[in-house]
Design a protein around this ligand. Structure first.
Ligand code: ATP
Ligand code: MG
Length: 508
């Protein structure tokens, strides 16, 4: 009897829901927007009394604002990365600024997600809402994601789950965004959509640490240093230090300094600001440029030793004939010294103290998560204040090609990991100095018929030539030294003979 009553009750409820759904479908299809909104409002209110679930909506555009909601974009990125495998209906779109396809949940698709043992449901949906365009109304699609969860999990979801979704979503967006290469050089007229001091193009350098020729341990150490930095937001906050790190890359030309900067940017997904110091008018302009840089970026000053006359203060003193303490010294000698040092023809008024402020002054903390990289061929020429630890935290020397470096290049260029010619190359590379750029050039096939053997022979030839040139140069130097010694000896003998003759003459 009881069972019969329950069955009847379920049947009645079922038919009520079915009739309700039918009426609702008709309303959605045929009724004007106002009537639909009215029904929606009251149905949600009635359902709210019985339903134990909570819903949170993330609308793409809020109110009349034209800007896309950051929360919606983060949810979209999170869902497309985490739940697109379980969704059955997906939408494929070209990523913004990028060339790859992005898969997101299709409209009205529903997926589940789990967090700390709590199950939640996400639905992608849209509503048609009226917008006033010129003088008439038209309907516009408004997309949103709806999150549903049981009310007993309210604290977990509203607290940690949403924070987790936002954080992950933002990280995914940053990873997938098209990165940019900025410059302040007035020579470049790259497209820029707003009036800023920087112009930019899309950053598309293919260098990675994997393709860099250097000792594996050194490479590993640099990668670990960079990754640790990028994950140390809380650490930097705890020790009260701005979240930035300075790298000084030094070494002879063609050893991979610029290549390493590109590899760093690709590893961390950062933008690159290539700062042309000679084009900066003065310290104020330098500060403005700094303020306009964004987080997750690398600010690069290449060839810092020739970028600016950073020893300018001293040169001016020298030109005026003042010594370091400001005392007057031989004016003529001072002017000569200044001229010999190169003169510094740049019209930039940026000073060393302006640059030091740029690196670690109060303003440098704005934005956070930034690397500052200097490159130079002559580290010994730089002012010690500029590169002391704390400013340039990590000094990396990029040097001549080692055998390990050669193996990386051979793998990149020729796809060979071992070859009988490797032994000869190992011996020669140990004997002479050759830059990775020179090795790379020799390994580059010059015609479609050039195979690995041909390229390796060309490298051996170049190494042998370089060895011969080095031997000849050493011999010439030795010869020069010995003739100098001989000349000095003869001079000494002549002096002694003259002295003896003079003594004889006096005695007489
Ligand atoms: N360590 C390296 N690993 C891989 N390729 C390298 C390396 N060093 C140089 N190369 C190759 O040589 C070319 C020149 O290197 P790069 O411009 O990075 O040198 P650099 O040290 O910046 O030189 P400069 O001091 O003249 O600016 C690069 O295009 C790259 O192909
Ligand atoms: Mg370079």
């Amino acid at each position: 009897m009881m069972h019969l009553k329950m069955t009847e009750m379920w049947a009645t409820m079922g038919s009520t829901i079915a009739s309700f759904m039918f009426v609702w479908a008709i309303i959605r299809q045929y009724c004007p927007y106002e009537v639909r909104r009215f029904f929606e409002k009251y149905t949600h209110r009635v359902m709210g009394y019985f339903c134990p679930y909570i819903r949170i909506s993330f609308h793409e555009f809020m109110g009349d604002r034209l800007k896309r909601s950051e929360a919606y974009a983060a949810v979209e990125a999170y869902l497309s990365a985490n739940t697109s495998k379980s969704a059955k209906r997906l939408k494929a779109e070209m990523g913004k600024d990028s060339s790859n396809l992005v898969l997101t949940m299709d409209e009205y698709e529903r997926v589940t997600d789990e967090f700390q043992g709590v199950k939640v449901w996400w639905v992608s949906s849209k509503i048609m809402s009226p917008t006033r365009s010129m003088s008439y109304y038209q309907e516009q699609e408004k997309r949103f994601y709806k999150l549903t969860f049981h009310y007993k999990n309210r604290d977990t979801i509203a607290g940690s789950y949403l924070e987790h979704v936002m954080r992950e979503g933002k990280e995914i967006r940053l990873r997938n965004r098209q990165r940019k290469l900025y410059t302040n050089s007035p020579g470049y007229k790259w497209p820029s959509y707003k009036q800023t001091m920087w112009s930019h193009i899309v950053f598309e350098h293919p260098a990675t640490f994997e393709t860099m020729a250097m000792e594996p341990e050194k490479k590993k150490e640099i990668i670990e240093d960079l990754v640790t930095f990028s994950k140390s937001k809380d650490f930097y906050a705890r020790i009260g230090k701005a979240w930035k790190r300075g790298y000084l890359l030094y070494g002879p030309p063609g050893t991979g300094k610029s290549t390493m900067i590109a590899a760093m940017a690709n590893l961390l997904g950062y933008d690159v600001y290539d700062l042309e110091l000679t084009a900066v008018k003065d310290n104020t302009e330098l500060r403005k440029l700094l303020i306009e840089t964004t987080s997750k970026s690398i600010i690069v000053i290449e060839d810092i030793d020739c970028s600016l006359d950073l020893t300018g203060q001293r040169k001016k003193k020298a030109e005026m004939g003042l010594d370091d303490d400001g005392d007057k010294v031989n004016a003529e000698a001072g002017r000569k010294e200044a001229k010999e040092e190169g003169g510094g023809g740049s019209s930039s008024k940026v000073t060393l103290s302006g640059l030091l402020n740029f690196i670690d002054g109060i303003w440098s903390a704005c934005g956070g998560e930034r690397l500052i990289v200097f490159t130079t061929n002559y580290v010994e020429k730089l002012d010690p204040a500029l590169i002391r630890r704390g400013r340039m935290d990590k000094h990396i020397e990029l040097s001549y090609c080692s055998f390990d470096g050669f193996k990386v290049l051979a793998k990149n260029y020729l796809k060979v990991e071992t070859h009988p010619m490797f032994d000869t190359i190992k011996r020669l590379i140990g004997e002479i100095k050759i830059t990775p750029a020179d090795v790379a050039e020799n390994l580059m096939p010059k015609s479609p018929t050039d195979d690995a053997e041909k390229c390796l022979s060309s490298l051996i030839e170049a190494l042998e030539e370089a060895k011969e040139a080095a031997t000849t140069a050493t011999k010439a130097e030795e010869l020069k030294q010995s003739s100098l010694i001989r000349e000095n000896g003869e001079l000494q003998d002549d002096k002694e003979t003259a002295k003896a003759m003079k003594n004889n003459h006096c005695q007489r």
